[in-house]
Unconditional design. Sequence first.
Length: 132
Amino acid sequence: RAARARLLTEKYVQLRFKNDVERMQHLFAEDIKLKVDVSKAGMLVGMKIKSLLNFHSRLIGRDGVVNYYHALPTEPGDEKPRTDSFQCLDDACVVTATVHRPVVGRVTDIATLRWDHNEDLLKRMDLSFWAR
């Protein structure tokens, strides 16, 4: 299962860093759940993310999660995490990405992706942001 989760996560990361939301949404289960934690992101990053998500920290359903990716696209120069850095166990992978943004500097997000191993669809994501 972990090998399959790694392959699916690699596909997700490729699409994510191309901002290919159209193709990425086909990886999402209809009832996908997304939880966003900005408690360690600092005030500027936290408020920016919260406002872009209309102050929701939990999104349920494909349409809501798609809106997240439209609100927070990757930017030119963002470095895609390497596949060998993914930490996978059973049907879940943890992916860490760090980007640089004006004013706030480095922003790191740690994503835990949980896959439905029967359908090869992403069923849950937990995202945690922090800035330094």
